[in-house]
Design a protein around this ligand. Structure first.
Ligand SMILES: Cc1ncc(COP(=O)(O)O)c(C=O)c1O
Length: 389
């Protein structure tokens, strides 16, 4: 089949007698594959790397502390909604194109009018819509580094020039002063920032928004674990968009539910560029129910925040540098980061290691339940005994 690798990628051991022929055939197939890419894909897409998600092992038995999922189950209302769907036969029908009940629940929760809300298939979908609607080809997109790497990948996909400003790493990854005079059509800020966990001062954020000529996007993916949010700024600034997700605070990463809040005219632009039915009906109903069960979310959030404090203290006690975090993960600095990551993986404990500038001596650890964190700490103690660090 042209354009596709026909070779067996199952990892089976090659037959020695036919091995040479198989290798040659595979090389030919790779050449054919590469030339198809060269022939039909855009040059910039050929050159870019693409987003690299955290590992999602499909076999059981891993302690997963690598992709900032919530260790606790979602609201019990979620199961009732699933059951109702099966009975009502609602799966046959197209969902509400604008998110219907979910949009209403977001408006109730935030006090923001429905015309100023767009729902997305995860907040990644929201970020892509913002790039499509607001990214201007003759202007830059302004990013910080290190931050969520998808911003850069989206710029590459949409052919937008971008500039990354290094956060001031010395103390606490604060905003660099050059950022306040940066110019462009869009500025993305993750608050709290991933992967550092930093919650920038509201006064600094406000200074950025008020001085920036384009749209400022506050990506509040981890805001449920932070001590303050930025909703109040929406009434003051027409160039502000706030992006949120139900993947983290509401334990619904698999259903892909995100949303953005902003000026109704900006939101109307995002609605024009979204996929026609970008949220499925289950996500709409479950998302609305989860948002309306604030008690459940806050109980889980409090438990994560308590564990974050305990885990940070224990890790510092083991000699790691732990950055302050307002999210559900900790960024930990250690010169042996890659080795610790690999050895923990060998023990089926997954944390995140980024082989990237300024992060290659860091580990990002999702805060799990008390039991998860105890298992992680036990594994680290064993590594310390073995003099891994
Ligand atoms: C900063 C940040 N923004 C957005 C997202 C995307 O979240 P989702 O697409 O699951 O809503 C993530 C995911 O990890 C993130 O770290």
């Amino acid at each position: 089949m042209p354009g596709r690798l026909k070779s067996d990628l199952s990892g089976k051991r090659p037959n020695r007698r036919t091995g040479e022929v198989a290798i040659r055939r595979k090389a030919e197939e790779i050449c054919e594959w590469i030339s198809v890419a060269m022939k039909y894909l855009r040059d910039d897409i050929n050159k870019m790397e693409g987003y690299v998600p955290g590992e999602q092992p499909q076999e059981a038995g891993y302690l997963k502390l690598n992709t900032n999922e919530n260790p606790f189950p979602p609201s019990p209302r979620v199961k009732e909604i699933f059951d109702e769907f099966l009975v009502s036969g609602g799966l046959r029908l197209y969902p509400h194109p604008l998110g219907g009940e979910l949009r209403k629940a977001i408006s109730e929760l935030t006090g923001h009018p429905e015309e100023g809300i767009v729902c997305g298939n995860g907040s990644d979908d929201i970020l892509a819509m913002i790039m499509r609607a607001c990214g201007k080809y003759d202007q830059r997109v302004i990013l910080t580094y290190p931050s969520y790497s998808l911003y850069r990948v989206l710029c590459q996909i949409y052919g937008l020039e971008y500039k990354e400003y290094d956060l001031v790493a010395e103390k606490d990854f604060s905003l660099p002063k050059e950022l306040y005079v940066a110019r462009g059509s869009l500025l993305f800020l993750s608050v709290p920032n991933a992967p550092t966990g930093t919650l920038f001062a509201t006064a600094d954020i406000e200074r950025l928004i008020s001085g920036f000529p384009g749209v400022v996007v506050l990506d509040e993916a981890y805001i449920d674990f932070a001590e303050r949010d930025h909703l109040a700024l929406l009434a003051k600034y027409e160039n502000l968009l706030i992006a949120r997700t139900l993947s983290k605070g509401y334990s619904l990463a698999s259903l892909r539910i995100g949303y953005a809040l902003g000026h109704p005219e900006l939101i109307a632009g995002l609605l024009k560029v979204k996929d026609s039915y970008n949220l499925n009906a289950l996500a709409i109903s479950v998302g609305a129910a989860a948002l309306r069960d604030q008690q459940h979310m806050q109980r889980n959030r409090d438990a994560v925040v308590r564990e974050r404090q305990r885990l940070a203290g224990e890790l510092r006690g083991m000699g790691f540098t732990v950055y302050p975090s307002d999210a559900n993960f900790l960024l930990v600095a250690t010169p042996k980061a890659d080795e610790i990551y690999a050895r923990l993986k060998g023990r089926r404990v997954l944390i995140r290691y980024f082989k990237a500038r300024r992060l290659d001596e860091c580990l990002r650890i999702t805060v799990g339940s008390a039991k998860d964190n105890d298992l992680l700490l036990q594994a680290l103690k064993e590594l310390k005994k073995e003099k891994t660090f």
